[in-house]
Design a protein around this ligand. Structure first.
Ligand SMILES: Cc1ncc(COP(=O)(O)O)c(C=O)c1O
Length: 448
């Protein structure tokens, strides 16, 4: 892994030359606060000038270790060479035509590749939009039209975006929903198999959670009224909750038996992040529709809806699309990302990151009784923090650890329904010495 030669010529080192944030960042933060509403939060107020490989460099000259990838986006690294090369060429040729007005090849090529790479060898179609939320909204539109049904089933701890429909699909009230109602109709929430917090223990979790979910659907909605089930194969914002093994296959089987469209929201888990190209592959799930975004285009705004041809072909001409969906720069970026994943074998790199991180985190769990759970796959790893000796969420200690990591130049993110999860999403091209250094900073923060 440390042999990676790509990325811009940025020294792959942590280097702090001011306090964090430094004076120039603080000045910009004051401007931000005057110009941008507080609803747009800031995890770490350092203003970035460059990024690549495993580091983010700020305006004061500090080089920070990146355990966030811009929330699971720059998996191939920031400004990855193949992305830069393709986008640079494209920006000089043409920047936009609107694919619905006069098409171009790169859009078609991205769709062909997604049809080929996503789980299942059935005939598929793909169309492109701008964001994860837009992809999920469109997947629901397709499912409703194709089935002639209205109800949509989602899960506890689910996150699907911030638009009206996707915030309705999202489980957590604060900050995503508070005050933004009324919400979209015909959305129903059922239990998720959350092993760490399952009342009768992780060994019973998959079976009991699936039975409860299916019973709720049958009793409260009626299977015949359900257009789609929308689920993240690993709940992302909800706290990197990997459903107990067996849960996803049971839900997928129930959907098949009842003509319900199974939509896998792989916006966060997709594109090698979990040590497989798509997280659904882990239990051999073949979704009817899969939504992707984030890691798809190395930071350019792009998202996709890929699914069974017989479902997607039902939608009338003009029923799908948008001005910018599948913008040519974003399509070129996506092609550069797919080339990079293959040529750098980033699936294997993600697995290797997990192999390094999980044992280190488990060792920390032995030492520090605030770590209740260590979980995740590949380079999508989290620890859940609790009050010692209990499973009571401990968001206060998370905030303190984050503060210490940031001050030491390690960018980490939080997550979780209870705000008590530290999540780690390093770029898959992260050099190993930076991964180790980041873990050492985390350990130091935990011991403090
Ligand atoms: C699983 C999942 N779905 C949908 C979204 C929404 O994506 P976007 O922020 O691109 O709209 C996210 C974003 O975090 C996500 O993690």
């Amino acid at each position: 892994m440390s042999t990676y030669q790509g990325g811009p010529a940025l020294p792959q080192e942590r280097r702090l030359v001011t306090e964090i944030p430094g004076p120039k960042s603080r000045e910009l933060l004051a401007r931000k606060q005057a110009a941008v509403p507080p609803g747009i939060g800031t995890t770490l107020p350092v203003f970035v000038t460059r990024a690549g490989g495993g580091v983010v460099v700020d305006i004061d000259g500090n080089s920070l270790i990146d355990f966030g990838s811009g929330i699971a986006v720059t998996s191939v690294g920031n400004a990855a060479p193949r992305v830069v090369e393709r986008v640079s060429r494209q920006v000089a040729d043409f920047t936009h035509t609107c694919f619905m007005v006069t098409p171009y090849e790169s859009y078609v090529e991205v769709c062909e590749k997604l049809n080929e790479l996503t789980p299942g060898d059935h005939e598929k179609r793909t169309f492109l939009v701008n964001s994860g939320a837009e992809a999920v909204e469109n997947a629901v539109k397709v499912a409703r039209l194709a089935t002639g049904r209205q109800a949509v089933v989602v899960f506890d701890h689910g996150y699907h975006g911030r638009t009206l429909l996707t915030m309705t699909l999202t489980a957590k009230n604060m900050p995503y929903k508070q005050g933004f109602g009324p919400f979209a109709p015909e959305v129903y929430r059922v239990p998720l198999a959350y092993p760490y917090r399952w009342p009768t223990g992780p060994e019973n979790c998959a079976e009991e959670a699936a039975a409860q979910a299916i019973d709720a659907i049958n009793k409260q909605i009626g299977a015949g009224n359900v257009a789609a089930v929308v689920i993240e194969p690993i709940a992302g914002e909800g706290g990197f909750i990997e459903p107990a093994k067996g849960f996803l296959p049971r839900i997928a089987e129930y959907c098949r038996e009842n003509g319900i469209v199974f939509i896998a929201d792989e916006v966060q888990t997709g594109f090698a992040r979990t040590g497989q190209l798509f997280a659904c592959e882990d239990e051999g799930i073949v979704p009817d529709i899969i939504t992707t975004a984030k890691g798809i285009a190395g930071g350019l705004p792009l998202a996709a809806v890929t699914g069974r041809a017989d479902l997607l072909d039902k939608v009338h001409a003009g029923g799908l699309g948008g001005t910018y969906g599948g913008n040519p720069l974003a399509c070129e970026a996506a092609l550069g990302v797919l080339e990079t994943i293959e040529s750098e074998d980033l699936v294997a790199r993600a697995r290797r990151i997990g192999e390094i991180m999980l044992p280190r985190l488990h060792a920390m769990q032995e030492r520090f009784d605030v770590i209740g759970d260590v979980r995740g796959r590949g380079a999508m790893i989290a620890i859940e923090l609790v009050k010692p000796g209990t499973k009571e969420p401990n968001p206060e200690v998370v905030a303190e650890i984050v503060r210490r990591c940031h001050a030491e130049g390690l960018l980490v993110l939080t997550a979780g329904t209870y705000g008590n999860v530290l999540r780690f999403l390093p770029p898959l091209v992260m050099p190993e010495h930076l991964l180790e250094e980041g873990l050492a900073i985390l350990e130091k923060a935990l011991s403090a």
